[in-house]
Design a binder for this molecule. Structure first.
Ligand code: TXA
Ligand code: MG
Length: 315
């Protein structure tokens, strides 16, 4: 921890666990350090980063104005998997926000993450610690596989949530969701109303691209008619209900008890496992209903299959 914190202070990159996925961290206030994140990830500069904090005092420093609703949300969901997009202060370098007037901020629940922030004494900008567009990392090994040149990795074991934080922005009417996660619309509605009005401005979250979380192997979500028309003897299945396992070369049961939270926890790890398995040519995922946490799961799966399904009529 001491070494990792010193590396952060020196402008180096440290991968660290959060409860959602591993982050690729740098001192958020050091533009040169942040630039290294974009370079190592091969991430386009128009895709802004989330800043991770350990104390509410940092929220005040990094944002321009914080209204009472922010504290209400912070009290209920922090530390935890909720990112708030708020007007940024002058302290936040433009490279972090890709020039946007807003900044995404989150206080992670993972103790190691918060200790790194506290010990280094720096707010930490961190995207997920994967190459741009690829499968997100939920173990230190996943990070090593994609980013072998990172300066340091803090290994905190497998992450406990497994998918990225819910991202929201605040509007006059309430909140809008920019990315679904384990904290659902319904959870947030307990403290704030959902803004369902039409969006006026066009681009709010530049990173919300159609293809993401993508394996280097073919991947598809098996809609309604599993079995789909593929050679199952070469396919690995992410199985949820256990109903469709017949004929697949390999099966990873992502939940033993039909629990969507377990699907979220195990999804990326299962995709990595099949990606690394030479006997598997195609990854198939069982879909779930798009309600509650199912929304966040289907969002990841749809983006992961996007490049592979696009234009392929044979599936
Ligand atoms: O759980 C998480 O959020 C993980 C862990 C490491 O904290 N981080 C993460 O970061 O998922 P990343 O960079 O992979 O995804 C962050 C997303 C991007 O799609 C980006 O476009 C969006 O957040 N974002 C960041 N700042 C934003 C802003 N000011 N306005 C709109 N979207 C923003
Ligand atoms: Mg990411």
């Amino acid at each position: 921890m001491e070494l990792a914190a010193r590396l952060i202070q020196e402008g180096k990159l440290v991968a660290f666990p959060t409860e959602t996925v591993y982050g690729l961290g740098a001192n958020a206030l050091d533009p040169m350090a942040v630039a290294k994140i974009f370079a190592l990830k091969e991430r386009p500069s128009f895709d802004p980063l989330i800043i991770h904090i350990a104390d509410l005092d940092d929220l005040k420093k990094l944002t321009a104005e914080v209204d009472d609703r922010v504290y209400l949300l912070a009290e209920k969901f922090w530390p935890g998997s909720l990112t708030l997009v708020l007007p940024k202060s002058k302290l936040v370098p433009d490279i972090v926000t890709s020039g946007l007037p807003t900044v995404g901020i989150r206080m992670p629940a993972n103790e190691i993450a918060r200790e790194l922030i506290r010990t280094s004494g720096r707010p930490i900008a961190a995207p997920s610690a994967n190459k741009f567009g690829r499968i997100s990392p939920t173990t230190a090994n996943h990070v090593r596989k994609q980013l072998p040149d990172v300066d340091y990795i803090l290994d905190g074991g497998k992450t406990t949530v497994g998918i990225e934080s819910t991202i929201i922005e605040l509007t006059e009417k309430g909140f809008r969701i920019l990315r679904n996660g384990i904290i659902t619309k319904e959870d947030i509605e307990e403290v704030l109303s959902f803004d369902d009005s039409e969006k006026t401005e066009s681009i709010v979250a530049p990173g919300m691209v159609k293809s993401h979380y993508s394996p280097v192997k073919k991947m598809i979500v098996a809609d309604k008619n599993i079995p789909v028309d593929i050679d199952k003897s070469k396919a690995g299945l992410l199985s949820f209900t256990g109903k469709y396992e017949n004929g697949y070369r390999k099966i990873i049961r992502v939940s033993e008890s039909n629990d969507l939270k377990e699907y979220a926890v195990n999804m990326f790890d299962a995709m990595h496992t099949f990606e690394d398995d030479s006997e598997i040519e195609i990854i198939v995922a069982e879909p779930v209903a798009e309600t509650g946490i199912g929304k966040a799961i289907m969002d990841r799966l749809r983006k992961a299959e996007y490049n592979w399904r696009k234009g392929s009529s044979e599936i």
